[in-house]
Design a protein around this ligand. Sequence first.
Ligand code: UDP
Length: 320
Amino acid sequence: MMKLPESMEGKTVLIAGSAGFVPSHMAELYLKKGAKVHGLDNFITGSKSNIELLSKYENFTFTECNIYEGLPDFKDVKFDYILSLASPASPIDFKIIPLEIMRVNSEGTMKLLELAKDHGARFLEASTSEVYGDPEIHPQVESYVGHVNPIGPRSCYDEAKRYAEAITMTYKTKYNVDTRIIRIFNTYGPRMRPDDGRVIPNFVNQVLKGDDITIYGDGSQTRSFCYVSDLVNAIDHVLMLGDHMPYNIGNPDEYTIKDCAALILDSLGGKSELSFSELPKDDPKRRRPDISRVMKLGYLPKVTFAEGLVATSEYFKSLM
Ligand code: UDP
């Protein structure tokens, strides 16, 4: 089996969205491997503290910009890798900034692809399990084409990511850009926004504060949660060793949302009660990745849900 390069010395990486949760971990991985990393972000959902953290590495540089309006003039640098990781991804963002989400994934992705073409760089598009919509097959394999509502409350994200995949494939077939597509399943860990609205930050913070745990619907819907260090390791495998066809990225351990609440209560030792409210429209009922394709590249998730939850709650405690 091919092996991941241990060092990235001499390589230059552009990370769009570097102030965000997953991209900031990705940037740190490559900085630690010796790469030069240039970050881009408009701080619409990213956090300045992530850029401060990355700025401690001397090989990190940053430009604040809205990538769909235009990229900086990179005439003195040649990128080896361009990572398209700039998109708000939480369902609460879908209501508040839908046009920004659509533009970053369409116009923004295209600008990054043009840059990859000009630089001869390898390009990675961070797509999502949301391209499968409310899936009719389970677990989801990459060959499944999905079940997405094009005019529903999640469509600004789902359809924009489907477009991002389509344009990435088009740059591969038309211009032979060396492209990668990953479909990220639910990810959690330190540096998530505590108010990001997603299930893990909500439940962990509710338990830490002794508030009720807010379950939407009856809690029988499922998700499969991946700890962020496993996720960035999977991305590294695809970028270095993969091909241009999509890869599901995540951890296939599947939990109902109700079990997830019980596990969080159990591992953090809280006394919160469960409260039930309406399930949002188009909320997928089941989600679990088939990760056999990325496993063939040598990836295996390592962090258990219980371990990841403890690390995540330590992070949220440090913000209180
Ligand atoms: N959810 C919940 N309570 C919350 C937040 C989310 O029950 O406080 C549910 C949500 O309805 C969904 C699942 O948890 O079924 C995962 O939601 P999240 O927003 O984390 O991500 P999604 O997978 O829907 O994009």
